[in-house]
Every structure is written in C-alpha cells, then in structure tokens.
Design a protein around this ligand. Structure first.
Ligand code: HEC
Ligand code: HEC
Ligand code: HEC
Length: 428
C-alpha cells in the first residue's frame, strides 16, 4: 500500500517536472547579420525613439551617459543584484544578432534570443501589451543606434533565485502574455492613454506595490509604492493631495515636470519626465492625462483652484497656533518659508506649495526627507529651477521636528512614525 502511494507520488513528481520543463524550455532563435540603418525608414526610427522614451529604455540600460543603451546598470533586488544588458546593435555583447522575431519574443514573453528566461525587472509584463507596429518601430530604433561593445557585470543573485528556469514558474503565477485590450465603454483618447500607461510606459511598475516574489499586487493596483528609496504616490483616488489630479494638472506635470497645484517631479519620476516623456508628442501626453484624471476620479476640475486656495489658507492659519514657536516651526520659518510661500489664489510652480504637495501628504515621508537633505537639482523638477539641500545644515533631530511640524500644519493626515530614524536611514 505504502509502496504504491510512494510510487504514485514519484511518478506524479516526474510527470509534473516533465510538464514544467516542457513549459519552461524555449528554443534559441538563430543569429542574423546586424541590420543596417538603411533598412529602416526615418519615420519608423523617429516613432521608435518616442517609444524608447515612453519605455525608459535609456534609464535602465545606461550606466555611462557616453555609452547609451550599453547596459550594466545595477538593479538591487531583495535576492541580490541584477544588471541590465547591452541593447545596442553590437553583435557580440549587444543585440546586433537578434532578428526582429527574437526581439519581439523578448519584449512579449520575456525570453532571450538564446531561449533563456528573463527576469521581470525588465518590464516585459507591460511591454507584452504593445502593438506589432510599435515593437517593430522600437526594433528599428534600437538597430539604428551606435553599436557599443560592453559586457554587463555578472549578476549576484542568491541561490535559487539565480536559476533562470524557475522564472517559468513565476510566469505561470504572475504573467499574462497578451496585447492591450481597449475598454469599449471609454473614448479613443482614454484608450490611447491607457495603452501607453499599461504598455510602453509601465507606470504601475513603480506606482503599484509588489508582493514578496516581486510581482505587482493586482489587489493593490495604483495604491502607491516605495521603489529604490523614492515613494511613488497612489495615482487612483487614494492619492492624498488636497487637489485631485485633473487633466490640466496631469498634463502640466507630465509635460513640464511640475504643476501649480501639486508641485514638481523629483527622483525616479524626474527621469520618467525629462528623459522619457519629453520625447513624446503632445497628443500622447494629453491622452495620458485624460486616462490619469479618470483613474484619480478628478471629475470636478472647476473646483480645483478653490480647493487649493482653501488648503493654503488653512495651513497659514494652523501655523503659529501660539506665540511660542517650537523647533519645527522655527526651522520652517527660517529655512523654508522664504521660498515656499504663495498667494492662495495663484500658487506658483516654482515655489511648490507645501499644503498641496504629495511629499507632505503621502503615507511615506521618504520623498520629503530626501528633498530636504539633497535639495532639487537643476535637472529634476522644473527645468532650470533648483532648491538647496540641508543635509549639512540640519541634524537628523532637527529635520525630524521640521517635517513633523510641516505634516501637522500643512495636511490633515496622521503624524509619521519614527521620523528621526527614517531621516537617519535616508542619509545612508
Ligand atoms: C526598469 C528597468 C528596465 C527598463 C525600463 C527596460 N529594461 Fe530592458 N532589461 C532590464 C533588465 C534588468 C534586463 C536583464 C534581464 C535579465 O537578465 O534577465 C533587461 C533585458 C532586456 C532585453 C533582453 C536582452 C538580452 O540580452 O537578453 C531586451 C531586448 C530589453 N531589455 C529591451 C528593453 C527595451 C527596448 C526597453 C524600453 C522599451 C527596456 N528594455 C526597458 C531592465 C529594464
Ligand atoms: C521608475 C519609477 C516610476 C515610473 C515608471 C513612473 N513613476 Fe510616476 N512617480 C514616481 C515617483 C518616485 C514619484 C514621486 C515624485 C515626486 O514626488 O516628485 C512619482 C510621481 C508621479 C506623479 C505625481 C503624484 C503626486 O501625487 O505627486 C504622477 C502624476 C505620476 N508619477 C504619473 C506617472 C505616470 C503617468 C507614469 C507612466 C507614464 C509614471 N508615473 C511612471 C516613480 C515612477
Ligand atoms: C532658495 C529657495 C528654497 C528654499 C530655501 C527651500 N526650497 Fe524647497 N524648493 C525650492 C524650489 C525652487 C523648488 C522647485 C524645484 C524645481 O522645480 O526644480 C522646491 C521644491 C521643494 C519640494 C517639492 C518636491 C516635490 O516632490 O514636489 C519640497 C517638498 C520642498 N521644496 C521642501 C523644502 C523644505 C522642507 C525646505 C526647508 C528645509 C525648503 N524646501 C527650502 C526652493 C527652495
């Protein structure tokens, strides 16, 4: 009896393994001669350039700005470090020998030309939604870039996470291969925005929390998440800023890197805007804004500036509740208020109003801590505007009391816990 059960279990195990290997195995696709630039039209290459911007290929695949797309950028994961690959047309170290078929398979199925499984740090879980034409344009663009010979460093993932075959199991659980499905109840512009956001733009890769195995948590879609020490706020109606993301606000933020009633794009979002969206035409960013304002349920655009004025006034009243200034108020008055003041009727994007900014109202204080420590560089936020950093001038305790004061007076959100510890962590 026991032998029979054991025998049954073993043959079941062998069968399951065989099925798994069958699913996990993918053939290698034959190498081809690198395509010449002349085999693509200028229009196709130009369209591919826009898509590469929307997909942030440069941001992840570049370490040295003089070696664009040559890979080697470290991506820390909880299981070790993964390095992005060389996607220039170099035949030896890049994708020069990849046919369009091999490229399409990588983008849609996460399988390399050699047949090995690719890690989802490469957002093929989103790129799979892109149309045939878009993938073809992107291929034309990549194949017409300068070939650079460069080998990325070896990954340092721990066992068993370094076994690529196991990614086939991950895919069974978390990956839906397939093109974008338009929502027929919405208009054409909305669908164009959703196509960009879910596909090439992979916005939820940062704005949706992930589970323990690194997959986006569908039940928590768009609820906001921390990625590489920046907090990407919720983009649905859970966004905590007093003014909802109306179409005009969203467009201004995505086009210029800042909007009057919300503030500016810093950290990884600055790359998304200034290295990526910058290359997209206005109609694509309008479409994204239409989709985004619907996701944020920002349907009362007429109320936006009234809400903003109300929040600014309320913060002005909450400051100085008694004649005695505490340390936080003192620091705010001398270190920040000289730049961050506004006329409630017409807040200025170049002085982001602290009563309207996600950095102060978000569930996580990391963006506010990082901006206070490091300031905002010329290339972040609004072009040509900058803010000095205070890491030298203020101690961890001073920053903690300053930020606690700002949170208490400029929002109606609960106080952040362990602020001083969080400031210390961000300094490292
Ligand atoms: C968030 C970071 C990130 C972004 C954005 C990104 N990639 Fe990657 N990509 C990676 C990583 C990491 C790998 C390596 C995955 C692995 O080793 O399994 C990779 C691998 C690839 C590969 C497979 C190369 C090979 O040699 O196997 C291709 C092709 C590729 N990316 C193309 C693109 C294109 C085109 C874009 C823009 C539309 C893009 N990637 C955007 C991180 C990224
Ligand atoms: C690489 C990660 C990353 C990707 C990809 C990304 N974002 Fe962000 N996003 C962030 C971070 C981090 C912030 C916070 C920046 C700040 O406060 O200045 C942010 C902020 C925002 C904000 C402002 C939210 C607020 O309340 O202040 C909007 C709107 C936004 N992103 C839209 C998008 C859209 C649309 C896309 C896709 C086209 C996208 N993001 C892709 C990381 C990302
Ligand atoms: C010399 C003027 C100046 C001072 C002083 C200053 N800021 Fe700023 N701050 C700016 C400017 C300008 C921007 C917008 C930068 C840009 O768009 O590139 C900004 C942006 C910000 C943002 C917006 C980031 C976002 O995600 O939207 C925050 C938060 C902020 N400052 C907090 C502070 C705090 C806290 C202090 C005091 C410790 C302070 N600032 C002091 C000029 C200043």
């Amino acid at each position: 009896m026991f032998k029979k059960i054991l025998g049954g279990l073993i043959s079941f195990g062998v069968l399951a393994l065989a099925i798994f290997l069958f699913i996990a195995w993918a053939p290698s696709i034959d190498p081809v001669e690198p395509s010449s630039r002349d085999s693509f039209s200028q229009e196709q290459i130009a369209r591919g350039d826009v898509l590469a911007g929307l997909g942030n290929c440069q941001t992840c695949h570049t370490t040295d700005p003089d070696q664009p797309l040559a890979g080697g950028r470290a991506m820390p994961t909880p299981f070790g470090t993964l390095y992005s690959t060389n996607i220039t047309p170099d035949p030896k170290t890049g994708i020069g020998q990849w046919s369009e078929e091999a490229f399409t398979r990588a983008m849609r199925e996460g399988i390399s030309r050699s047949g090995s499984q690719l890690f989802p740090a490469f957002p093929y879980t989103h790129f799979t939604k892109m149309s045939d034409e878009d993938i073809s344009d992107l291929y034309a663009y990549l194949m017409s870039q300068r070939a650079i010979q460069a080998e990325p460093p070896e990954n340092t993932l721990e066992f068993p996470f370094n076994i690529r075959l196991l990614l086939a199991g991950w895919k069974l659980l978390f990956f839906d291969e397939g093109r974008f499905q338009p929502d027929k109840s919405k208009g054409e512009e909305w669908n164009r925005g959703a196509y960009i956001a879910e596909g090439a733009g992979h916005c939820s890769a940062c704005h949706t929390p992930r589970n323990k195995l690194g997959a986006e948590d569908a039940g928590e879609a768009w609820e906001g998440a921390t990625v590489n020490n920046w907090y990407a706020p919720a983009l649905n109606s859970s966004n905590r800023t007093p003014v909802p993301w109306t179409e005009e606000e969203a467009y201004s933020y995505l086009r210029n890197g800042g909007s009057p009633l919300h503030g500016v794009a810093v950290g990884s979002m600055a790359d998304v805007v200034h290295a990526g969206l910058k290359r997209a035409p206005d109609q694509d960013l309008r479409a994204l804004a239409v989709w985004l304002s619907d996701l944020a349920e920002a349907n009362d655009a007429g109320q936006a500036s009234k809400k903003a004025a109300g929040a600014i006034l309320a913060a002005q009243i909450k400051q100085n509740p008694s004649a005695m200034m505490d340390e936080g108020e003192h620091l705010f008055t001398y270190a920040c208020a000289s730049c961050h003041y506004n006329n409630p009727e017409s807040p200025n994007t170049l002085r982001p109003d602290m009563a309207l900014n996600s950095a102060i109202s978000a569930t996580s204080p990391v963006n506010l801590i990082r901006v206070t420590l490091d300031g905002v560089s010329l290339k972040d936020g609004m072009p040509n505007a900058m803010m000095p950093g205070f890491s030298e001038a203020l101690s961890d305790r001073q920053i903690a009391s300053l930020l606690a004061f700002m949170r208490a007076t400029h929002t109606d959100q609960p106080a952040w816990a362990n602020l001083e510890q969080q400031v210390r962590d961000q300094r490292q």
